[in-house]
Ligand binder design. Structure first.
Ligand SMILES: *Cc1c(COP(=O)(O)O)cnc(C)c1O
Length: 451
């Protein structure tokens, strides 16, 4: 019935802003901001309203950063419902039946990934919660050599040890090789350790690579392991009918990280950990603190979602995401994603065969386009010579420094494994145009010509 009380919460497929004139967009957002905040203010501003530990509304903001905390329903009823509804919608998009399952918004993809490791351990070794790691055999996590460092960090922070995070080999486009996963699982088993968890990255940070989820899921089923999909960077592609096939098999995952604050352009921070099994987040993390989470409240305490988190006070990250979804509609997000991917394809097509460019890998899967710019002075040189590699290694940092000094544009670079520094171009801003890409290429050539 709560959703009937707050009927404006539902998320539209198509935004009502068909012709998004700016002032109309702003007044629309203001309307929803104020009606949402009003619900909270009505509850929070009453002098007689005393929250357990902190004033729910120390000062009023009307922009998207709200000062509320979100541990119990009574403190933040509208935001709790908004979060429930949005998480359900995200689980539906993943493909879990009727959007059932669990989840919570966390302070970022690194923390969401850490949640996935915690829940996996709780699923197979629940006694670790009370007795500690000595209650379990030596547990091993598997993740790609191209995966985000947060998986290794979670291994270290949660007491597995970073040596028990096994890195998997990838193909030339940065995707995990399933046969390597199986070989490494067998190796770990032979040593008498317990293979617990596999992370498949959907949109790796540097290459934008999508690991083959279905083949990895087959292996996880065979060895009874937890499958996590890190879609922190790639998650936005789930909104696109054209690109979501890259997530094929994601519904077989036990948990998924999805960061609306990356590809979808929601202001930091906004990251969700989504879990297929209902109730397991609470099982893993709840401590049932008597001052917040009394079981005998007059309402359904399953709405007191805060005890699922490893935090106590929790920032309201859902509001700006919900507001954006409300304003753009599901279709609006799809257009945003498709546009960014089209633009990176434009960049790729433009430089693939252009003189002075070499691609780090062919066929980008996300908006990541990685390439070397070879200045004229290096073009005839033997590629494997030490001199060539040393010189090329300095090109991208030099060009970037000149870009920053002239204040015209900026693009990231990095080395990877044996590969010397290359440019890593990613596009997540839907306001970018082809002319911005043209300008970037012109700048690289202008600044790099005499290197
Ligand atoms: C950025 C990223 C993360 C970490 O996300 P934060 O929100 O910065 O903590 C995790 N995984 C991948 C693949 C990423 O690209």
């Amino acid at each position: 019935h709560l959703h009937l009380v707050f009927p404006f919460l539902s998320i539209p497929l198509v935004s009502h802003l068909c012709s998004p004139s700016l002032s109309f967009t702003l007044s629309f957002i203001l309307f929803f901001s104020s009606s949402t905040l009003k619900q909270e203010i009505d509850l929070g501003l009453k002098p007689s309203y005393l929250s357990p530990t902190q004033a729910p509304l120390p000062h009023t903001h009307t922009h998207t950063h709200t000062p509320f905390s979100q541990f119990t329903y009574e403190i933040a009823p509208v935001f709790v419902l908004m979060e429930q509804l949005t998480l359900k919608k995200m689980r539906e998009i993943i493909g879990w039946p009727s959007g059932e399952g669990d989840g919570i918004f966390s302070p970022g993809g690194a923390i969401s990934n850490m949640y996935s490791v915690m829940i996996a351990r709780y699923k197979y070794f629940p006694e670790v919660k009370t007795k500690g790691m000595s209650a379990a055999p030596r547990l091993v996590l598997f993740t790609s050599e191209h995966s985000h460092y947060s998986i290794k960090k979670a291994g270290a922070a949660l007491g597995f040890g970073s040596e028990n995070v096994v890195l998997l080999s990838t193909d030339e486009r940065g995707r995990v090789i399933p046969a390597d996963l199986e070989a490494k699982i067998l190796d770990v088993k032979q040593k008498g350790y317990h293979p617990l968890f596999v992370n498949a990255t959907a949109g790796s940070t540097v290459y934008g690579a999508f690991d083959p989820i279905n083949e990895i899921a087959d292996i996880c089923e065979k060895y009874n392991m937890w499958l996590h999909v890190d879609g922190a960077w790639g998650g936005g592609l789930l909104m696109s009918r054209k690109h979501r096939h890259k997530f094929s098999g994601v519904e077989r995952a036990n948990s998924v990280t999805w960061n609306p604050h990356k590809m979808m352009g929601v202001p930091l921070q906004c990251s969700a950990i989504l879990v297929r099994e209902k109730g397991i987040l609470a099982g893993c993390n709840s401590m049932c603190a008597g001052y917040l989470f009394q079981p005998d409240k007059q309402y359904d305490v399953s709405y007191d979602t805060g005890d699922k988190a490893i935090q106590c006070g929790r920032h309201v990250d859902i509001f700006k995401f919900w507001l954006m979804w409300k304003a753009k509609g599901t279709i609006g997000f799809e257009q945003h994603i498709d546009k960014c991917l089209d633009l990176s394809q434009y960049l790729y097509d433009k430089i693939r065969n252009r003189e002075g460019y070499e691609m780090v890998f062919d066929g980008p899967q996300h908006t990541n386009v990685c390439f070397w710019y070879i200045p004229p002075s290096l073009r005839g040189m033997e590629h494997n010579s030490k001199e060539y590699r040393e010189k090329l290694h300095k090109v991208a940092p030099n060009i970037k420094a000149m870009m920053m000094e002239s204040g015209t544009t900026m693009v990231g670079y990095q080395p990877q494994g044996q590969k010397v520094n290359f440019f890593r171009m990613v596009i997540s801003n839907p306001a970018a145009l082809q002319s911005d890409i043209d300008f970037l290429i012109d700048e690289i050539e202008r600044l790099g010509r005499d290197l």
